[in-house]
Write a protein that binds this ligand. Structure first.
Ligand code: SF4
Length: 121
């Protein structure tokens, strides 16, 4: 009888250990997924800012209008005349891909162009 009780106790203990182990694995894998989501979110914040050169969300409407008045385009139709070799171009700040222009506020594509392009003096 004692052997049989010991056997039941052993089975019960082993079952509890197995359940604990399985729950632990499930918890750990759940934590891993959380870390991956947080990591992906963090990486998204550090995406290359190349695509943000056309983000004018922080630019006033009057400054946005100037771009149109000056004929600014993101891709110059003249390969040798682009914003990056224009005398009025403001080079990008360190860590940024977008430059600026002395004629209007907001980000400017290095490959851009407008009617006021002038060669570097
Ligand atoms: Fe570009 Fe025109 Fe400004 Fe020159 S003046 S940097 S071409 S937008």
């Amino acid at each position: 009888m004692s052997d049989k009780q010991y056997s039941r106790r052993t089975i019960l203990q082993k079952s509890l250990q197995l359940c604990s182990a399985l729950l632990g694995l499930g918890f750990l894998s759940g934590c891993g997924q959380g870390d991956s989501a947080e990591q992906a979110e963090e990486e998204a914040k550090h995406v290359s800012p190349v695509d943000s050169c056309d983000d004018l969300s922080g630019v006033s409407p009057s400054e946005v209008d100037k771009r149109e008045v000056y004929g600014y385009v993101e891709e110059s139709p003249y390969p040798d005349n682009v914003c990056s070799n224009c005398n009025l171009y403001i080079p990008p700040a360190e860590g940024s891909e977008c430059g600026g222009c002395v004629l209007f506020e907001g980000p400017v594509f290095a490959s851009g162009y407008c009617d006021y392009w002038e060669p570097v003096a």
